[in-house]
Design a protein around this ligand. Structure first.
Ligand SMILES: C[S@@+](CC[C@H](N)C(=O)[O-])C[C@H]1O[C@@H](n2cnc3c(N)ncnc32)[C@H](O)[C@@H]1O
Length: 150
């Protein structure tokens, strides 16, 4: 859904030696190869037609995950990249889903942007995700969290 130049899946094909049927979407023109151009949230996909959905966003792909959770009727493998700058925000609706009201968030926003990864995992659990594999790479500015679940 966040195809970029399709580097990750090209590498997976290379390493596995398997042909993988890939539907790529990116909102920017001029990327390598063939893909659909546009905001991925505007494409009405039938997720049941896919074995794996890859949401390698620059930020927190909350809207995309909500769509996948609500539209998939069977277990699914989803690869997620979660990036929160050290003082970065979290999607308000994700915080709402965890029980934090807009009034609470408005009073002291930074309080609710702390421990983003734990909040993200709690959000996934609240949507019924039971299995995750996480690789976590902290650096000075950003935290990366890749989650895989089915
Ligand atoms: C981290 S890069 C993905 C790199 C990719 N996984 C690869 O292997 O080359 C994120 C990409 O998502 C695209 N993007 C960000 N928001 C988007 C959206 N709402 N809809 C579609 N593409 C989006 C950006 O243009 C960027 O190319």
């Amino acid at each position: 859904m966040f195809s970029g130049n399709g580097l990750i899946w090209a590498e997976i094909e290379k390493r596995t030696g398997r042909e993988i049927l890939i539907l790529r979407i990116d909102r920017e023109r001029g990327k390598r190869g063939t893909y659909l151009v546009g905001n991925n949230l505007k494409f009405d996909l039938d997720y049941d037609n896919f074995d794996v959905v890859d949401v390698d966003a620059y930020g927190v792909p909350f809207g995309q995950l909500e769509r996948i959770f609500s539209k998939s009727s069977q277990p699914k493998m989803v690869f997620i990249t979660f990036i929160q700058s050290q003082w970065g925000t979290l999607p308000r609706k994700m915080l709402n889903a965890l029980g934090y009201t807009n009034g609470m968030i408005k009073k002291v926003p930074t309080l609710f942007y702390r421990a983003g990864q734990q909040k993200f995992l709690r959000y996934l659990a609240s949507r019924g995700v039971k299995k995750c594999q996480i690789s976590y790479t902290p650096d000075k500015r950003k935290n990366y969290l890749s989650v895989e679940f089915c």
